[in-house]
Design a protein around this ligand. Structure first.
Ligand SMILES: CC(C)(COP(=O)(O)OP(=O)(O)OC[C@H]1O[C@@H](n2cnc3c(N)ncnc32)[C@H](O)[C@@H]1OP(=O)(O)O)[C@@H](O)C(=O)NCCC(=O)NCCS
Length: 282
């Protein structure tokens, strides 16, 4: 039986949602919808039945992400994952491509030239305990981001991740529950977004210049989420992990960060990524 690859459309979202449900991944249909709006999906089809998915997001000329690489259980081991990856890489030609690999995906990505560059810590809890708000330092203040902050938030995100994600910033400013930013002497130096995702809420992206700054932003967002399901995906080396464990957000998974091409190196004294938007979109 032959496999056909084609662009994912809104009509595929129900079947794609079933794939993540079967894997017990937390995505809601709305999360798939957002992913397809921000990126380009490719599906594998066999006799009219959707058997695989992949999401590619090109973030500017140089950087891109791949996520939601899934092949239905019964169709695995027949090169469908590899075909989806090759189609995605063709679409992203010229970009440095990053993804976050499960144990099941790692072997496939290694064969395609991806190398391990780090790890992500997935922290989450079902019912968040009360979190104390950490005060900003002198000359710093927090405030809700406004539409006119879009360009600066995109710039900080680009400094931290290399990715030019203006359309993500717009999506966050339009649809996130809250986007909080930190100012130092009136200049925005970091931000964190609180969004609906999966079983409850997710905090990310988190972009800040220092670990204390990231904690100031995250503690404020967490303080309004007592009793809620909350998830944060952070870089294993960013320093947030131990603090999140102490707050009652234990680490539940550790996907591997892999890159095909050149990984982004942010300036040491500039904005850094503390939390991901999601594993699928970096
Ligand atoms: C990961 C996944 C997409 C692979 O899809 P698949 O269609 O079964 O993979 P393929 O048949 O295309 O395998 C392609 C190649 O990768 C290799 N490969 C696949 N899974 C592997 C594994 N776990 N370890 C080592 N190699 C692996 C295959 O041997 C094959 O090598 P070859 O081309 O030399 O023969 C599939 O297992 C899946 O959906 N898993 C659950 C969801 C998941 O974890 N996705 C990854 C998210 S990051």
């Amino acid at each position: 039986m032959s496999i056909t690859l084609r662009a994912m459309t809104a009509d595929d979202l129900d079947a794609a949602f079933v794939l993540t449900q079967l894997l017990k991944w937390p995505h809601r249909r709305a999360d798939w919808q957002q992913a397809l709006q921000l990126g380009n999906g490719i599906v594998a089809e066999e006799n009219g039945v959707l058997t695989g998915t992949i999401l590619c997001c090109r973030w500017g000329e140089d950087y891109a992400t791949i996520g939601l690489v899934i092949v239905a259980d019964a169709a695995q081991g027949r090169s469908i994952g590899k075909q989806l990856m090759l189609a995605a890489l063709e679409r992203l030609a010229g970009s440095n491509v990053r993804l976050h690999a499960t144990e099941a995906g790692k072997g496939l990505y290694e064969k395609l030239g991806f190398v391990v560059t780090g790890a992500v810590e997935q922290h989450q809890c079902r019912e968040l305990a009360q979190v104390t708000v950490l005060p900003p330092a002198a000359h710093q203040q927090r405030r809700a981001a406004q539409p006119q902050d879009a360009a600066r938030l995109t710039q900080l995100d680009q400094q931290a991740s290399g990715q030019q994600r203006a359309r993500l910033t717009d999506e966050l400013l339009t649809r996130a529950e809250r986007v909080l930013l930190l100012e130092q002497d009136g200049v925005t130096t970091g931000f964190a977004a609180l969004r609906r995702f999966g079983h409850g809420y997710a905090i990310g992206p988190i972009v800040a210049q220092t670990l204390p700054d990231a904690k100031v932003l995250v503690s404020q967002l967490l303080s309004g989420l007592t009793g809620q399901f909350v998830r944060i995906d952070c870089d294993a080396h960013c320093g947030l992990g131990d603090w999140l464990n102490q707050l009652g957000l234990p680490q539940v998974d550790a996907p591997t960060t892999m890159v095909k091409g050149t990984p982004w190196q942010p300036d040491a004294d500039g904005a850094q990524v503390f939390g991901l938007m999601s594993q699928a979109m970096g």
